[in-house]
Ligand binder design. Structure first.
Ligand code: FAD
Ligand code: SF4
Length: 336
């Protein structure tokens, strides 16, 4: 007889790992299927995770304490999920895994900054994304060459690929205001004589610790905040970048000249997952839809659960809490 798993978890980011770790600790038989060659998802790339003060790698390590009890399959794609009475057959790289439940924890994709042509990403090497900034810190490299100045100026552009009708994206990516301020502070720490300006549409500081970060960035690090959307980035004098925008509080056009720009790219829905050859239901922004207003991890398919940023942009704290909730829901489901 084929072995029956309690859960197959698709996605080895922090949502999938948190759930797998809890279920494995409770003696449940779990398989984690991860598309990439390592686990940890996006968080594994972040140099500093706010508000934890841990590197992404340290945070991921904390979620793997019981994972030797689970089967982890990396470099793996799910070919098919099919319902067979009260269980599912999940085919991964051609091999079938039978399971009582499936958790979809496929997270998010990053917005491709090339789409916003007016911001010059891919044209000017001094325009980089928030992810490239994290990678630079991870590799102990400086993201911008400032050898030609004693007083470098940097700009951080919020809402790139979020809240933008021109890109057909209406949702807010939720974490990038906080991550933009985190980036500003890090630039000030690495380039002590620099001036950093954050260009924002609205600041979404919904957590008390985010408000503190915002306050501290202004008082301790002298980060400037301008409410305005950048309309164009072009090449200015002496290799600097020229940013055009309007200060929407003062109603005046502004031009800034800087040595480097960081684009805070947004979170996009993950690729579609099919169950019985049909796409799982999505919300108006393309993220996976919870089928029940109270039980946040249910789908219209009994035994198929969703958790983490595949349901919409989430912070690490929110993702971990959601993954804990889904572990409980799965544990109850398989106990029935
Ligand atoms: C620049 C930036 C900085 C950030 N910094 C912070 C911060 O400091 N603090 C904070 O709270 N939040 C931060 N965040 C948000 C944080 O990244 C998310 O909260 C977190 O990644 C959500 O985890 P997840 O597991 O749901 O998704 P993900 O991290 O996206 O993980 C999903 C996993 O699923 C895998 N996967 C996808 N599809 C498949 C498939 N079909 N088959 C198999 N595997 C699949 C992916 O490869 C990935 O490993 C930041 C976000 C950005 C963009
Ligand atoms: S969190 Fe801030 S930067 Fe990110 S999309 Fe929302 S408003 Fe824009």
């Amino acid at each position: 007889m084929k072995e029956l798993n309690d859960a197959v978890i698709i996605g080895g980011g922090i949502a999938g790992l948190q759930c797998a770790n809890i279920l494995a600790r409770r003696g449940r038989k779990v398989v984690v299927v991860e598309r990439a060659d390592t686990i940890g998802g996006h968080v594994a790339q972040w140099h500093t995770c706010y508000p934890f003060g841990l590197t992404g790698k340290e945070l991921v390590d904390k979620l793997t304490t019981h994972l030797e009890l689970a089967e982890i399959i990396t470099n793996a794609e799910v070919d098919n999920i099919e319902r067979e009475r009260d269980k599912y057959a999940v085919t991964v790289n051609g091999k079938r895994h039978d399971t009582r439940t499936v958790l979809i924890a496929t997270g998010y994709n990053l917005f491709d900054a090339h789409i916003k042509e007016e911001l010059g990403y891919g044209v000017y090497p001094r325009v980089i994304t928030s992810v490239e900034l994290e990678n630079a810190w991870n590799n102990n490299t400086m993201p911008f060459d400032t050898s030609d100045t004693d007083a470098p100026r940097f700009a951080i552009v919020h809402c790139v690929g979020s809240r933008d009708l021109k890109c057909n994206v209406t949702h807010c990516s939720k974490v990038c205001c906080m991550a933009g301020i985190k980036a500003a502070k890090e630039l000030k720490q690495h380039y002590p004589t620099c001036q950093v300006t954050n260009y924002y549409m609205d600041l979404r500081m919904f957590d008390t610790s985010y408000e503190e970060l915002y306050h501290n960035a202004q008082t301790e690090f002298n980060v400037q905040f301008v409410r305005g959307r950048i309309s164009e980035i072009s090449l200015g004098n002496k290799g600097r970048l020229k940013l055009k925008s309007e200060d929407t509080l003062l109603g005046i056009p502004i031009v800034d000249r800087v040595h480097g720009v960081v684009l805070m790219i947004g979170m996009q829905p993950p690729a579609t997952i099919k169950v019985d050859n049909e796409d799982l239901a999505k919300n108006q922004n393309g993220f996976l839809l919870q089928s029940d207003p109270i039980n946040a991890n249910l789908t219209e398919h009994p035994g198929i659960f969703i958790a983490g940023a595949c349901k919409g942009p989430k912070t690490i704290t929110e993702t971990l809490a959601d993954a804990k909730a889904v572990a409980l829901a799965i544990d109850e489901y398989v106990t029935k």
